[in-house]
Design a protein around this ligand. Structure first.
Ligand code: GN1
Ligand code: MG
Length: 363
């Protein structure tokens, strides 16, 4: 049986409006497999196979998503918005469940496809990035009164940077693929910044930074923009909504969107932090978050950008050292290229530290 036949069988388990006429691979995620499904009436859906090597408890993951989207839906309706457009709608299985486990133990879910939108893999205009910042800031504000105790940690220690550092050191020590000697420079770069890695987590531990409900994967392409107006419509990829630090959500968006090069660009000389984009995002994010952020949170946003970029560099290098087992790759050396762009971006952020701080300084 081909993959499409298999997928048709899976789709029969969900309450779709009518019969499936087309299935296509969709999106650019590194973790789950995503398909766009079209039905006879033209109604479309997003089918995803959840990567259970990475998300170990689908029931808890989907429970988070059901609860978070219900919370968002209420807020959207109160504000006079369209909940089917402004948040994700999970399509239940014929048994009324939030996902389906097939005979091989693979877990699948279906979302309603949000139409007339576009996503960006690269920022084309500063205004779009500012809009994306506003949406992520607002998203965090909408979740500010979410009952945190009901949220499962879908990936424990996801943005625990000191833990990511220990994982990286372990991968270097084990060196299962004999790749460590080829990346001595990258290893040294990370080690030289070891002391900075725990600054934010220490502030959180001392109670100087609040723990919030954060998205934790605020990449540019996780936001849907209206295809005509480029206004933010919906934030997607809710798999890693967990308690976390605001600085990381801010920082991850900068890491990806304010880089002048693609995440996997092989030519690191193309990498730099665009201050124009950084400032645009900061403006939008602070506006969207409203008065919710503490002064300390605002002050540490630039450090969040640097810390998460370094963390992501470590994660890519760890995966490269372990034989490319976590992130999807399309070519040899892709994870190493990804690591190098992150480290080059960290270096540029260090050069631009003053300007980065000035852009968020409370006026
Ligand atoms: C992964 O699948 P995607 O592209 O949304 C990863 C993020 C990384 C990102 C790097 C669960 O996200 O943490 O920042 O790749 N997601 C997970 O591009 O590990
Ligand atoms: Mg993701």
């Amino acid at each position: 049986m081909g993959i499409l036949e298999e997928i048709r069988g899976i789709l029969n388990k969900f309450r779709l409006a009518d019969e499936v006429v087309d299935i296509k691979p969709h999106g650019s995620g590194h973790i789950n497999h995503t398909f766009l499904v079209t039905t006879g009436s033209g109604k479309r859906y997003i089918l995803q196979r959840i990567n259970t090597d990475i998300f170990h408890n689908t029931a808890e993951l989907m429970e988070n998503i059901m609860h978070v989207t219900a919370h968002l839906r209420e807020k959207i309706v109160c504000a006079g918005g369209d909940p089917e457009r402004e948040t994700m709608t999970v399509i239940p299985t014929t048994d009324g469940a939030a996902y389906y486990s097939d005979a091989q133990g693979q877990d699948w879910r279906v979302y309603l496809c949000i139409e007339h939108i576009t996503t960006l893999d690269r920022v084309e205009q500063a205004a779009d990035f500012c809009e994306s910042g506003r949406a992520f800031g607002h998203f965090q504000a909408m979740l500010a009164d979410y009952p945190a105790q009901t949220l499962h940690e879908t990936i424990p220690d996801f943005h625990n940077t000191p833990k990511r550092y220990r994982d990286f050191e372990r991968a270097v020590a084990e060196d299962v693929c004999h790749r460590a000697s080829g990346v001595a420079e990258e290893i040294a770069f990370i080690r030289a910044r070891k002391d900075e890695i725990s600054v934010l987590t220490d502030l959180a531990q001392n109670g100087e930074l609040p723990i919030r409900i954060t998205h934790n994967d605020t990449k540019l392409n996780n936001i849907l923009l209206d295809e005509q107006t480029h206004k933010a419509v919906c934030i997607v990829d809710l798999d890693t909504i967990m308690p976390g630090l605001c600085a990381y959500d801010f920082g991850d968006a900068i890491r990806f969107g304010a880089n002048t090069a693609a995440e996997d660009e092989p030519d690191v000389s193309k990498v730099s932090l665009s201050l124009e984009l950084y400032e645009a995002y900061a403006r939008g994010f602070l506006e969207g978050a409203g008065d919710r952020l503490t002064e300390k949170e605002i002050e540490t946003l630039p450090l969040g950008a640097k810390t998460i970029t370094l963390e992501q560099g470590m994660r890519f290098l760890t995966d490269y050292l372990q034989g490319d087992i976590y992130y999807h790759t399309e070519r040899d050396g892709q994870n190493l290229d990804r690591c190098r762009t992150q480290l080059a971006l960290v270096a540029d952020m260090e050069r631009k530290r003053e300007q980065m701080n000035a852009a968020v300084r409370v006026r």
